[in-house]
Write a protein that binds this ligand. Structure first.
Ligand SMILES: [Zn+2]
Length: 164
């Protein structure tokens, strides 16, 4: 069905020939449409700034928060110590990770991973061989929009409620 352009409120990205992508805000959990190639964007709902691309950590990372609207990938040789890491779409931990890992999608802890901390996510898969300690694990949960990730970057927020 054809839409009548005159009835629209404004030009959408698609009218301009720019592909758009749907992203989920890691602050409030709401969806926004952004230009597909954008590296940063502002959430349409809470107005906070968002980092869009997948975040791949291959080496050493210490401190603060790691945030992405995409997937969070902790490489096999990576050593990450942080307060909080959030991936809107999911997270894969293949190396060393210490901190709280919150995800809007599935989390996998790989066979050579050494994980110390907590996972808050809709689902969690721990491969045989992984070393996992810590907690509290909130699985299944929907942390996006239910945890305060701004804070002062050194304080771990309270875990999200479990969902059925
Ligand atoms: Zn938001």
């Amino acid at each position: 069905m054809l839409t009548q352009r005159g009835q629209r409120r404004g030009l959408a990205f698609s009218d301009l020939g720019i592909e758009q992508a749907a992203v989920r805000c890691y602050h409030c959990g709401s969806g926004s449409n952004i230009a597909a190639r954008a590296l940063t964007a502002r959430c349409e709902h809470c107005g906070k700034n968002l980092d869009i691309p997948d975040l791949r950590v291959k080496g050493h990372h210490w401190g603060g928060v790691l945030l992405t609207c995409g997937r969070l990938l902790i490489g096999r040789k990576a050593e990450v110590t942080c307060t909080l890491a959030v991936g809107s779409l999911g997270a894969d931990v293949m190396g060393r990770f210490s901190g709280v890992l919150a995800s809007g999608g599935p989390v996998t802890i790989g066979p050579r991973a050494v994980f110390s901390g907590a996972v808050w996510a809709p689902s969690l898969r721990i491969e045989p061989g992984a070393v996992v300690r810590g907690g509290p694990f909130a699985v299944p949960s929907n942390p996006l929009g239910h945890i305060d990730i701004c804070g002062n970057r050194t304080q771990v927020p309270p875990p999200p409620p479990l969902v059925a």
